[in-house]
Design a binder for this molecule. Sequence first.
Ligand code: ATP
Ligand code: MG
Length: 284
Amino acid sequence: METDCKVISFMNMKGGVAKTTLAANIAYTLSKNFNEKVLFIDMDPQFNATQYLFSRFKKKYGEQKDFKTVVNIFSISEEEHSTVENTTSEPPFDYNSLITNLSENLHIIPGDLELIKFDFSDRGNELELRNLVTDEAIRNKYQYILIDSAPTYSFYTLATYIASDAYLMPVKPDYFSLLGTNLFEKAFTPKKRQYRLNNICLGIVFTIVEANTTIATDVEHKYRNKYPQLLFENKLLKRTSIQNGVKNHEMMLDNTETRRNITLITKEFTERVKKVNGIEKQAR
Ligand SMILES: Nc1ncnc2c1ncn2[C@@H]1O[C@H](COP(=O)(O)OP(=O)(O)OP(=O)(O)O)[C@@H](O)[C@H]1O
Ligand SMILES: [Mg+2]
């Protein structure tokens, strides 16, 4: 069955470009202001997004975890294989057991440093995240599944790319930005053919932008020439209060200084996703 649920990842091989900030805040704003059901999946072993969202909901990430994490997504085969002896009709895995509820609308599969123990050697394992996000019960439950990713070419970024209907690229404007975008395309575009993917770039969002600086104007000009359709109109502006979000247990939407900025970005995000849905429906 086709649903309107969309899986959008936040990807860029450059570090520190606000992937996590943007992903966590769009997820929070969708769930709170737009009343959408959102599943957030933290596929970065640094698990900053989990710490950020847990802080907002005053949830502890202790040594002794009382919740499952993304690591369990990639351990499913092992667990299932050990129990399938002599059974031919194993019930489908219940992915709900991996999910932690932060609020009524916002759910998360938390990140985990242990994600680094997986690599490309275990063939097929990289498909487990796609198995989760294409599970019918999960698709029916959420309007959006947002995935934060690491700034590397790794097992877990490949798993993220494979699972995505679309990816959004946050770009912090500097003179190396375009190089990072080219590197991303070089690394991942060949995977489209290999895994028969139809994923697309949802757009490019400029981040941590200081208005009216020469560098921001220069870089924007370059991107506008190369990717005229992809640039978001709204940019993530540079604000100190965003850096203090974890300490203050607040997201951009909770702060009067940043509320309007994240609301406009999220609105544009939903409009772009609607367009993707429209195009797919026409094609069917
Ligand atoms: N709009 C902003 N204004 C000011 N600081 C910001 C803004 N967005 C992000 N930051 C800060 O910049 C740093 C990097 O942001 P973030 O962790 O979101 O980037 P990232 O791309 O996810 O990094 P990584 O590649 O390590 O995962 C953080 O300290 C964050 O608080
Ligand atoms: Mg990050």
